[in-house]
Design a protein. Sequence first.
Length: 116
Amino acid sequence: MANNKSFGEWGEDYAVLYLKRKGYKIINRNFSSRFGEIDIIATEGTTLVFVEVKSRYSNKFGEPVEAVTPTKLKKIIMTGYYYIQKNKLKAPKMRVDVVSINRVGNKVRCKLIQVY
C-alpha cells in the first residue's frame, strides 16, 4: 500500500464487503461529530451497529482489535448516541463491533468482534 491512509481506506472497503456478506445493511460511512468518528454504521436485523475497522500489515504490535482502547470505545459510543439523536431514531437496540483485518502479502485474515 502506498501509505497508511490508502491502506485504511482499503481496510474499510474490505470491511464493508465482509459485513454485507454477513447480512449487515450499510447505512453510513465515516460519520463524524465533535465526539469522534465512526467508520461504518450498519444494521443487522433490528440492531443498529457502529463498526470500527482496524487494519494491520502484521501482528507485530498485537491484533488489530487491541488498538480499540477504552477511550476509543467511549468515543464511538458517544458518537453513536449523537447519531441516534441527530437522526431522531427511537431508542434502537445498538452495539459496537470491530472488524479486525490483518493483511500479510496476499493473505487477508478478517475477524468480526462484538465489543459493546
